[in-house]
Design a protein around this ligand. Structure first.
Ligand code: IPM
Ligand code: MN
Length: 358
């Protein structure tokens, strides 16, 4: 296959982890005879520095013209005091919206080697954790009407609006139910239907769509209870569906539960095959440029890309297997160091993974 990717290295450790990941992708190209070409795109803080805005029209166009987008990470303290509409994070939100990427898939799986890195009890981690969060990504309060106005004697008032249409809930519901059909046929629906009208509509639609998947069992879990259940026993869940904000929050919780955020990939998908793939961790400005970041989450995001956007199953498995072998051999970057070996750097980790792709 000939595959044209838009590549956003972004800020902080973004450039290092993406460079490492592309080495792995090139190796896949070599071994399996595919050609990957890369259009590098500035977005986030680097774009603010160069052009004054987090995402230029040209950058967006390159992404729209690509077969898929690979993203490292955006943001950093340097841009933290800018007004909301020109912060680096806007680039991410705009890309998701403009590319129509309404479904964010975040697998949370505990690697057996990292059982001790999970804060949960041994009785639970010994049995393994393997769930996936399906987060709605282009609606809800992150995109709703917002603003400030004069609140009279109480001072200024600020507001953000949570709003979902039936269509928006339906399409994300189908993603979750289809996924459940390929897994253990269980969906946990997260909402706050005891308080929010938007959640009541959300829940209604989830159950209506569920009727099309009679083999799948659905349980409703209020978001506050979900926060608690996840740390009590995440093994009761398999596919978890949530709106944009709740999904954002519980996916960080899930990442911590499985021990290392440095290992967690994600995909963002829409109606077309084109997706955006990125590690779920951020730009880690404190360790940027030191060659100590962990490139594995980005590398595993490429595996998701090969499988979900291009149907290249063998190739995706080759990456996942290579990562597994390298971890089993005991190689660790600093963030996941759990043995007394010397940690390897970002470049070296990518190279070790490349060497296991044959
Ligand atoms: C994430 C991040 C983003 C989000 C931020 C950086 C806008 O936290 O991908 O989870 O809230 O979606
Ligand atoms: Mn987040």
């Amino acid at each position: 296959m000939n595959i044209k990717l838009a590549v956003i290295k972004g800020d902080g450790i973004g450039p290092e982890i993406v460079t490492g990941a592309l080495k792995v992708l090139d190796k896949i190209g070599e071994v399996y005879s595919h050609t990957f070409s890369y259009d590098f795109v500035d977005a986030g803080g680097i774009s603010i520095d160069k052009y004054g805005i987090p995402l230029t029209d040209e950058a967006l166009k390159t992404c729209l013209d690509s077969d898929s987008v690979l993203l490292g990470a955006v943001g950093g303290p340097k841009w933290d005091t800018l007004p909301g509409n020109i912060r680096p994070e806007r680039a991410l939100l705009a890309l998701r919206k403009e590319l129509g990427l309404f479904a964010n898939i975040r697998p949370a799986k505990l690697y057996s080697e990292f059982k001790n890195a999970s804060p949960l009890k041994k009785e639970i981690t010994d049995k393994g954790i393997d769930m996936v969060i399906v987060r709605e990504l282009t609606g809800g309060i992150y995109f709703g009407e917002r603003g400030r106005r004069d609140g009279g004697p109480n001072g200024q008032v600020a507001y953000d609006t949570e709003m979902y249409s039936v269509m928006e809930v339906e399409r994300i519901a189908h993603v979750a139910f289809k996924m459940a059909m390929n897994r253990s046929k269980k969906v946990a629906n997260v909402d706050k239907a005891n308080v929010l009208e938007s959640s009541r509509l959300w829940r209604e639609v989830i159950h209506r769509v569920a009727k099309e998947y009679p083999e799948v069992t659905v349980v409703d879990v209020l978001v506050d209870n979900m926060a608690m259940q996840l740390v009590k026993n995440p093994r009761q869940f398999d596919v978890i569906i949530a709106n944009n904000m709740f999904g954002d929050i519980i996916s960080d919780e899930a990442a911590q539960i499985v021990g290392s955020i440095g290992l967690m990939p994600s995909s963002s998908l829409g109606e077309s095959g084109r997706g955006m793939y990125e590690p779920i961790h951020g730009s880690a400005p404190d360790i940027a440029g030191k060659d100590i970041a962990n490139p594995i989450a980005t590398i595993l995001s490429l595996a998701m890309m090969l499988r979900d956007s291009f149907g290249l199953i063998k190739e995706a498995e080759a990456i996942e297997k290579a990562v597994d072998i390298v971890l089993k051999k005991g190689h660790r970057t600093r963030d996941i160091l759990d043995n007394d070996t010397e940690p390897v750097g970002c470049k070296k980790m990518a190279e070790l993974i490349c060497n296991e792709i044959k």
